[in-house]
Design a protein around this ligand. Structure first.
Ligand SMILES: *Cc1c(COP(=O)(O)O)cnc(C)c1O
Length: 382
């Protein structure tokens, strides 16, 4: 089976992890700050906090921004469930903003309409979490503009988008947001097996994220409520978690990050080939615009005729092609239906869902494999 996504592991990656295994520190050693520093260099953000998953990063990003019971957090229905669950972990109420029909990214006009309604009802959100679907940034300039007008904070879920750029600057620089989150799950752009990172330009938010990552414990005497008892002394200042990344993971991530640029270039080449090879089929293809350089985590096609989607999906799977669907709208999940959402709430997202299939997209996909995917797809569409 040709998978839809797959990690790329080099000998240098293996050596980097082996080195850590033979060193003094398997966790909380030098690799984690080195990997954090590297992500600051890549994105130009001032602070990076590595954690054990993007889900954890989203959770503590919400907490660091003061999300709690009674808070309102809005995100996109076309995402992985973690984009919404992070707010539920904090006891907040989640709502969704419908998407653009082509990109599947949060629609700015829908966001504005919903904010205006919410202002009238005194139900404005504290946080909005735009999701950069497939690796291309949302319209962050406009969303940031709305944040100033309506007074909400922004967490970018850039799980798909490490290495992408928007308006000629790296995604993750937090120019238009308070915190940006990356995922290093194996199907994503670079991997640490499990892992995530929160980027921010606020020293205060970075300190909060670090406390929350490790039990709420600090050894900083300036933060203590009484004089230190000695060199062993620490204080738990609040309720935190064990969300730490290991040094094995960070060493793998650091090694992978040395190849970030060629990985993105390879994904761009594959996307350009798909766009060329699929141009004559009855499909909506992802746009390559000049505002975004996508990281091309996913290559999503949209069927003109959505009644064909299931049969084509099944035929491609039967031909050994691991197509997938990203994503089932979050608000239609039983857990969210129990909270009062239902089919029909976000019609553009639901229509998008019914049309999409993700084709194989990963650096080691060969031209031969790609031609095979296109050939099988053409066959079943005709
Ligand atoms: C993968 C993903 C996550 C969760 O990432 P983990 O590192 O697996 O926790 C969150 N949001 C989006 C959009 C994702 O694709």
């Amino acid at each position: 089976m040709i998978p839809y996504g797959r990690q790329h592991i080099s000998q240098a990656d293996i050596d980097a992890v082996t080195d850590v295994l033979q060193s003094d520190f398997l966790t909380q050693g030098p690799a984690v700050p080195a990997f954090e520093q590297r992500l600051c260099e890549i994105t130009t953000a001032q602070h990076a906090v590595a954690v054990n998953s993007a889900t954890s990063a989203l959770h503590i990003a919400c907490l660091a921004l003061g999300v709690g019971p009674g808070s309102r957090v809005w995100t996109s229905p076309i995402s992985f469930v973690a984009s919404a669950n992070c707010a539920r972990y904090c006891g907040a109420d989640v709502d969704f903003v419908d998407v653009e029909p082509d990109s599947g990214n949060m629609a700015v006009d829908k966001l504005r309409q919903k904010l205006e309604l919410a202002r009238n009802n005194d139900t404005l959100p504290q946080i909005v979490i735009p999701v950069h679907l497939a690796g291309a940034s949302c319209d962050m300039q406009q969303i940031h503009y709305l944040a100033n007008e309506f007074g909400f904070k922004i967490i970018e879920d850039a799980s798909h988008a490490v290495g992408a750029s928007y308006l000629d600057e790296p995604v993750g620089n937090c120019r238009y947001s308070d915190i940006t989150v990356f995922s290093f799950h194996p199907v994503k752009i670079i991997t640490t097996a499990e892992g995530g990172m929160a980027m921010t330009n606020s020293a205060e938010l970075a300190d909060k994220l670090r406390l929350l990552r490790s039990h709420g414990i600090s050894r900083d005497e300036n933060l203590m409520t009484e004089p230190t008892h000695g060199a062993w002394y620490y204080q738990q200042l609040q309720l935190g978690f064990n969300y730490r990344m290991t040094d094995m993971q960070a060493a793998l991530g650091l090694s992978q990050s040395q190849r970030l640029l060629p990985i993105i270039q390879k994904r761009q080449l594959l996307a350009a080939s798909y766009n060329r090879l699929l141009a004559d089929l009855p499909l909506g293809l992802p746009q390559l615009d000049d505002v975004n350089i996508s990281a091309w985590h996913l290559y999503l096609v949209r069927f003109d005729d959505k009644s064909k989607r299931k049969a084509v999906f099944d035929a491609l799977r039967a031909a050994g092609i691991g197509v997938n669907v990203h994503y089932i709208p979050i608000h239609t999940q039983p857990y969210y239906q129990q909270l009062g959402f239902d089919w029909g709430d976000f019609p553009v997202a639901e229509d998008f869902y019914e049309r999409i299939v993700s084709l194989p997209m990963f650096p080691e996909l060969t031209a031969e494999q790609q031609n095979y995917v296109v050939q099988e797809l053409s066959k079943v569409l005709q």
